[in-house]
Write a protein that binds this ligand. Structure first.
Ligand code: GP9
Ligand code: MN
Length: 632
């Protein structure tokens, strides 16, 4: 059996007629791998990643070169070389683009003429003569073909069918390996670099094309009439700002800190008698800090980026995938843009590379003036972990840049050390791990302690620089840190069973708003990340009713409590709805569904209206203050 298979394979490979095609494919595979490793420097972190990296060009190579089998015998070699030329050019273009933008080309990028303008100016700097070697194999193969060394390939329906079957199997295998390395890669589309690393540069372009076609169609079908019901709903939910707080931070700087994976329960936790977050815990009774202890994250698959989107826009992220990666071409009326029109300078700071979550593109759409990503920082083996620069050096290196920004400014610093799987270097450990059977849960406490220290240092630096007394500081947890898969360990930590009710309550994230001159207190109103925008704008003395947003001021006396999570679960002052069950919050026990029913309808209405705005790119039809949307 084995012998007969090896004979078949030998026959296939030594058939002289296939040599030209096979040589082209092997050479193309080799140069793709060289570009991946040498030029694009796609880092390899495990053996599996190395295997995937070498494996991922194969499916596209078989499928693309397989097209040559449809050509007449005499034209096959030409078809093979033209396919080689096209694919090599795609590789070449990505290579140049990567050198300049540290990113991969997307279809919207092809239409962003200003990007190419920038690229055009620097083309001399990014093009190296050695890059032409990328086409050297084609020149050699052309010579071989012209010397008639390449004979025609015997082909028929069955050979074509088998070739495409092999291509499809290779693609499925690639998908399987990628799924093992990074679950839900296609759904979450974390990062173009990661996608290319796991699925390959050529599959990446096909995926990008599919994404683009899907979203363009939804956008194309929308018109300004679609805004009417959104506008009416948003207007019906307006609440009066609280005069005690309205304008209390007028003209001040704004500094947001996105606290990676931080859940509210951590603020008061102890390990071995030591507070896990002594600094944040002290802020809960700081004299100028409002601490909101009933706030829920509302993120979906876009995680950190969803939290950013929700907070900047007062709109929800998308039900599938990340809005940052799918809707960066939309029109938004985001806070940086609004404040930019009133003299604020805006900037984001983050110690990871800029293409992660498509931040580099999305921040332009949101109206940010500057984005300081990993390129702006001094990074080395010792000061980085996981996604990039550790929080302590991150804040330390950010401060001088922050001080140089024109005031008033609107800024956001995104932490990353407290990220799953909560790895920490020995020298950064400040408390012992938790003592459960679950390593992830145990280490979460240590990385959270490290982040707390980084925050404390940052506050000291702000105080020393004089910025603290001129700035509103908003600290928020971006999303959960411990997922539903760790219920057993969480039961141990909390000392109670993690029921669906408790699990939903665990989606609370801490929110601190420090305003110089405002008296600090703990506020236990139920709310979500979406409410941060109106709360802040009102503190800055700006009315919000002219904007299309689902944000509601947490400090307003008539703030409604209905808080909707991205998965349709919701929480009100008295009830919590999860897993198709209505819970009474006073007992934590299930109650009659009729108590939740009216909210359930409203919750799905809110989500679908928000999705309508984002999928339809409806804000392109809206000027703040406009009241009628019928098309002329
Ligand atoms: C990466 C960081 C983490 O830059 O923001 O993103 P997450 O995986 O938490 O969404
Ligand atoms: Mn995050």
């Amino acid at each position: 059996m084995l012998r007969s298979w090896s004979k078949k394979l030998r026959n296939l490979l030594i058939v002289r007629d296939y040599r030209f095609l096979l040589a082209t494919m092997v050479l193309f595979w080799l140069k793709t791998c060289i570009v991946y490793i040498v030029v694009m420097q796609l880092s390899i972190e495990s053996i599996l990643q190395a295997v995937i990296l070498l494996f991922n060009p194969l499916s596209s190579i078989v499928l693309c070169f397989g097209i040559a089998l449809f050509f007449k015998r005499r034209r096959q070699w030409m078809a093979i070389l033209i396919i080689d030329m096209i694919l090599s050019f795609i590789l070449f273009a990505n290579m140049l683009y990567e050198r300049f933008f540290n990113d991969f080309i997307t279809i919207p990028v092809l239409f962003q003429s200003n990007n190419f303008g920038q690229l055009g100016d620097s083309i001399h700097a990014i093009f190296h003569p050695a890059d032409l070697l990328l086409f050297a194999d084609i020149a050699v193969l052309l010579g071989v073909a012209l010397c008639r060394k390449a004979t025609v390939i015997p082909t028929n329906k069955m050979i074509r069918r088998r070739t495409f079957l092999i291509g499809a199997i290779l693609l499925l295998l690639n998908l399987g390996l990628a799924e093992i390395e990074r679950p839900q890669l296609l759904m979450r589309t974390f990062d173009r670099k990661l996608f290319v690393k796991l699925m390959g540069a050529y599959n990446y372009h096909i995926y990008d094309l599919i994404q683009h076609t899907r979203s363009s169609a939804q956008r194309a079908m929308a018109d300004s009439n679609d805004l009417t019901d959104v506008y009416n709903y948003v207007q019906s939910q307006q609440t009066e700002p609280n005069p005690k707080y309205f304008g209390a931070a007028k003209g001040m700087n704004v500094i947001f800190v996105s606290m990676e994976s931080l859940q509210t329960f951590m603020v008061k936790e102890k390990v071995d008698g030591q507070k896990v977050m002594p600094f944040l815990s002290s802020l809960t009774h700081d004299k100028n800090t409002l601490y909101f202890n009933q706030i829920y994250h509302q993120t979906g698959q876009g995680k950190t980026s969803d939290a950013e989107f929700i907070i900047e826009n007062g709109l929800f992220g998308l039900p599938r995938g990340a809005v940052f990666t799918q809707k960066a071409q939309n029109t938004y009326q985001a806070t940086p843009k609004i404040l930019g029109e009133r003299g604020y300078t805006s900037a984001v700071f983050h110690g990871n590379h800029g293409s992660f979550w498509n931040r580099d593109r999305m921040y332009d759409a949101l109206g940010f003036d500057f984005f300081f990503d990993s390129k702006a920082y001094n990074t080395n083996m010792n000061n980085t972990i996981g996604y990039g620069l550790k929080d302590i050096p991150f804040f330390k290196q950010s401060l001088p840049i922050l001080k140089g920004i024109n005031q008033p400014f609107y800024t956001k610093l995104i932490t990353l050390s407290n990220h799953h799987p909560y790895k920490i270097d020995k020298r950064d450990v400040m408390i012992p791990p938790e003592d459960t059977d679950d390593k992830i849960v145990n280490h979460y406490f240590q990385t959270a302690r490290y982040m707390d220290q980084a925050l404390e240092n940052f506050f000291e630096q702000l105080r020393d620089s004089g910025l603290l007394k001129r700035s509103v500081i908003v600290l928020y947890g971006d999303h959960y840190g411990i997922s539903d898969n760790h219920q057993e360990a969480m039961s141990e930590v909390l000392g109670k069973k993690v029921t669906p009710y408790v699990q939903t309550k665990l989606q609370q994230i801490p929110l601190f708003i420090r305003v110089p001159g405002v008296e600090g207190k703990v506020i236990d109103k139920v709310g979500g990340q979406i409410d941060i925008r109106s709360t802040l704008l009102h503190l800055l003395g700006m009315h919000t009713n002219q904007y299309i947003s689902f944000s509601s001021d947490l400090l307003s006396k008539d703030k409604k409590s209905l808080t909707v999570l991205r998965n349709g679960r919701f929480i009100t002052q008295n009830y919590l709805y999860t897993d198709d069950t209505c819970y009474d919050k006073t007992t934590g026990e299930p109650t009659e569904m009729k108590q939740c029913r009216p909210f359930k309808k409203q919750a799905s209405q809110i989500l679908s209206l928000s999705d309508k705005v984002v999928y339809g790119d409806l804000l392109r039809f809206y000027q703040p203050g406009q009241t009628s949307f019928n098309q002329k």
